[in-house]
Design a protein around this ligand. Structure first.
Ligand code: ZN
Length: 120
């Protein structure tokens, strides 16, 4: 499944980022990822993939939040800019197919929310 391979990468970066945090937190609470709609991710599938893939890792029981980014393009002919009706890469202003992608391909870890040992 598509979501599982994407999620494997996410979990890897989550663990790598978490281990870089100084001073070391006690727990990972939440993970925010930014996903362009071009990836055609089914949120429920990504969330359950996350749950499965984080089992036994420091990310186990943490929550994943997905921020979707609309597929946005700019027309090379009339310079119209906006959301297109994916998967149709056609300018909504002049109907040209000569358009360039601006947003929608994003796929990255935005931030982590962690918990520190307050009693320290
Ligand atoms: Zn146009």
């Amino acid at each position: 499944m598509h979501e599982f391979s994407i999620c494997t990468n996410i979990v890897e970066s989550v663990i790598a980022e978490y281990e870089k945090i100084e001073p070391g937190p006690v727990r990972l609470l939440k993970v925010r990822v930014v996903v362009g709609k071009l990836h055609q991710i089914v949120p429920e599938t990504l969330l359950s993939a996350y749950e499965v893939l984080t089992k036994g890792t420091i990310a186990e029981n943490s929550q994943m939040e997905i921020e979707f980014v609309d597929v946005c393009c700019q027309c090379n002919k009339c310079l119209w800019e906006g959301e297109i009706d994916y998967p149709f890469f056609i300018c909504k202003e002049c109907g040209s197919g000569d358009i360039a992608l601006i947003h929608g391909k994003e796929l990255y870890l935005k931030n982590l929310e962690v918990e520190y040992d307050e009693t320290g």
